[in-house]
Design a protein around this ligand. Structure first.
Ligand SMILES: *[C@@H]1O[C@H](CO)[C@@H](O)[C@H](O)[C@H]1NC(C)=O
Ligand SMILES: *[C@@H]1O[C@H](CO)[C@@H](O)[C@H](O)[C@H]1NC(C)=O
Ligand SMILES: *[C@@H]1O[C@H](CO)[C@@H](O)[C@H](O)[C@H]1NC(C)=O
Length: 329
């Protein structure tokens, strides 16, 4: 017993010394917030109320702010307009029990380029929620229990390149919700419960090259909903419940199409005809019956076709095999 206490004292002394050595110049704490790297980084854990404690700790040189495990993270209008926030480049708000940014809460953060808000409880993104973040390039909103996006949720994010909404509880992608995200290149909506993609939901994304809708509850696809995405090269709609694809995809840059693990029974012969750059199509684990090679014959770039776990008779695939590797069972 005495021995283990002695070891404990030695250990904690050692850790204390270690911390002193690593950060001897700039550690200051109020038990909840810690600086490092010459106050360029401020890390706050377990704040009771975000509005009381923070402003006195952020410094003019602070570039990265981490806020974790806050009980109530309610941000009011102009919460970040104090000039000491103006140099923040990276901002992470993680694991709050209650998170609510009121309209205008992020005004003043005009230099933030990277923002992560995840593992919080935040049910609904209100209109104009991100106003003020005019240089934001990456926004990670994964795993916040978000159920609803308002139409103007992402207004004013004109520099955004990467938006991650995965692992939330979204059921509907509203019309026009991503409109004006003219620099967006990658959009992650995987691992939600999306059943309805409203008309024009993906309108106004001229640079989008990757769209991930894996693991949702889609029962059908209207090809036209995607056809405005002229730069799309990856489309992932696998692990849904898709029974039918209505219309014809017209995605001239599309290279990788992932539709495995759905309930497709049939494909129209012209469904991929206008996707002349398709390199790889994964249709494995569907219910395709009496499929012919017709839907693939005009795809000169096609090199990989996965038909594993369907009911397809490969003896009918004669022409396609010359250039395309076909996986089947
Ligand atoms: C969180 O704090 C705000 C005030 O900052 C208050 O209005 C609200 O009721 C609090 N919510 C919870 C769930 O404690
Ligand atoms: C996109 O921009 C136009 C022109 O400024 C504006 O009228 C429209 O409301 C914006 N849409 C969204 C969803 O922010
Ligand atoms: C699919 O998404 C649900 C909801 O986010 C999640 O609970 C589940 O683990 C996901 N499944 C896979 C295979 O990722």
């Amino acid at each position: 017993m005495a021995e283990s206490i002695w070891i404990l004292i030695v250990c904690s002394k050692f850790m204390f010394i270690l911390i002193m050595v690593v950060n001897s110049e700039d550690v200051e704490t109020n038990n909840k917030c810690t600086y490092s790297a010459n106050k360029r980084i401020l890390n706050c854990v377990g704040l009771e109320n975000i509005n009381k404690n923070l402003e006195s700790f952020i410094k003019p040189g602070t570039q990265m702010l981490f806020i974790r495990d806050t009980r109530n993270a309610t941000f009011h209008l102009n919460h970040h307009t104090h000039p000491n926030y103006a140099n923040l480049v990276s901002y992470q708000i993680l694991n709050s029990q209650y998170f609510l940014p009121n309209q205008g809460a992020f005004l003043g953060l005009s230099n933030v380029q990277y923002m992560e808000i995840h593992d919080n409880v935040w049910q609904r993104i209100e209109d104009n929620a991100f106003i003020g973040l005019r240089n934001l390039e990456v926004l990670n909103l994964a795993n916040n229990h978000i159920k609803k996006l308002n139409t103007y949720a992402f207004k004013h994010l004109s520099k955004l390149r990467n938006l991650d909404l995965s692992q939330n509880s979204l059921e509907v992608i509203p019309s026009y919700v991503f409109e004006n995200l003219s620099e967006l290149e990658a959009l992650y909506i995987n691992n939600n419960f999306v059943k309805i993609v409203e008309e024009n939901a993906f309108l106004g994304l001229p640079q989008l090259s990757m769209l991930f809708l894996t693991n949702n509850s889609l029962e059908y696809i209207n090809a036209d909903d995607f056809n405005k995405l002229k730069y799309l090269d990856h489309l992932h709609i696998n692990f849904n419940k898709i029974k039918t694809i209505n219309g014809q995809f017209n995605l001239p840059k599309l290279k990788f199409l992932q539709i495995s693990n759905n309930k497709l029974r049939h494909l129209e012969n012209n469904v991929f005809e206008q996707c002349s750059n398709l390199l790889s199509i994964d249709l494995s684990r569907n219910n395709l019956k009496s499929l012919s090679e017709e839907p693939f014959l005009k795809l000169d770039s096609l090199r990989h076709l996965n038909l594993y776990n369907n009911y397809v008779d490969l003896s009918k695939f004669l022409l396609l095999r010359e250039n395309t590797a076909i996986i089947h069972n």
